[in-house]
Design a protein around this ligand. Structure first.
Ligand SMILES: NC(=O)c1ccc[n+]([C@@H]2O[C@H](COP(=O)([O-])OP(=O)(O)OC[C@H]3O[C@@H](n4cnc5c(N)ncnc54)[C@H](OP(=O)(O)O)[C@@H]3O)[C@@H](O)[C@H]2O)c1
Length: 255
């Protein structure tokens, strides 16, 4: 049995716990009292136990998930005493393992991950570092668990947790255009999100080809798809995406 405890019960804890229960995680989950409304809701709907304070959470569990906002995380960490037989899983963006070890020392395993909101429906691609079988098991219950070999790789993968949000904004723009073209909003949403899901699924399935080759096979000469893609490329539409990627990666590396 692996008992999980969350220090910091806000948005991330909310969707991650819901995802774990949706993914049939049956082991006990303990919650810190901060974030009262979310804690109460998770206790009611997801079979969690709200503890008296942070230390009570730590004392009750095997894996401590550190989930306050970045500016609050070290203070929260300093308020607890961890055991050497525990695992600390930090989901705090931009907080390095060295930064965490500066507070908790070298005794226990420290692992980083950044589950995104699709954890709630069991679809978060959870990159994590370093490898740890217990963490892998937990993350596998709310999506896929993808071990990485270095913290530099973790930063690179972390940018994708932001790209995930940008994709949703792009879907929104296409839904709005579909509505302007006459589709009702329910149909527009179903079709745009279905296309996004289908595009990801076929690109994942055709793993012998690069994703660029898959795209070019769809945007064939004379096709309407190519007409639109040519326009996007003529406008250098992917360049701001590359720039946004670069600026977030820089921010992660400087944090
Ligand atoms: N949300 C996302 O999509 C996402 C994705 C990947 C990673 N993350 C990471 O997840 C972490 C949490 O993000 P979030 O969106 O869940 O933030 P959030 O909704 O603001 O939740 C943070 C929670 O931590 C609590 N807290 C603050 N200080 C605490 C302390 N000393 N002891 C115990 N609890 C404390 C806060 O309580 P009060 O309200 O009482 O201050 C709040 O309930 C961040 O570090 C973020 O980088 C988030």
């Amino acid at each position: 049995m692996t008992r999980i405890g969350f220090i910091g019960v806000g948005h991330l804890a909310d969707y991650t716990v819901r995802g774990l229960r949706h993914g049939t995680w049956t082991h006990p989950i303990f919650l810190s009292p901060r974030g009262e409304a979310v804690s109460a809701s998770l206790a009611e709907h997801c079979d969690c136990t709200v503890m008296e304070d942070n230390q009570a959470v730590v004392d009750a569990c095997d894996v401590v998930i550190l989930a306050p906002r970045p500016a609050q995380a070290l203070e929260a960490l300093a308020s607890i005493t961890l055991r050497s037989d525990q695992v600390l899983l930090s989901v705090v963006a931009g907080l390095s393992i060295a930064g965490i070890r500066g507070v908790v020392g070298e005794e226990l395993p420290v692992v980083r991950a950044l589950p995104v909101t699709s954890a709630e429906v069991g679809k978060s691609p959870n990159a994590f570092f370093p490898e740890n079988p217990v963490v892998e098991d937990i993350l596998g219950h709310c999506g896929s668990a993808i071990p990485l070999v270095s913290e530099a790789d973790f930063d690179a993968a972390g940018v994708m947790s932001c790209t995930y949000g940008w994709f949703i904004s792009l879907y929104d723009a296409m839904i709005v255009e579909s509505e302007k073209a006459g589709l009702d909003s329910v149909t527009a949403r179903k079709i745009v999100l279905g296309m996004a899901e289908g595009a990801a699924a076929i690109a994942a399935a055709q793993s012998d080809d690069t994703v660029d080759v898959i795209a070019r096979k769809i945007a064939t000469e004379g096709s309407f798809t190519k007409r639109g893609l040519d326009h996007l490329e003529a406008k250098d539409a992917f360049e701001p995406w590359r720039e946004a990627h670069g600026l977030v990666l820089d921010a992660f590396r400087k944090a």
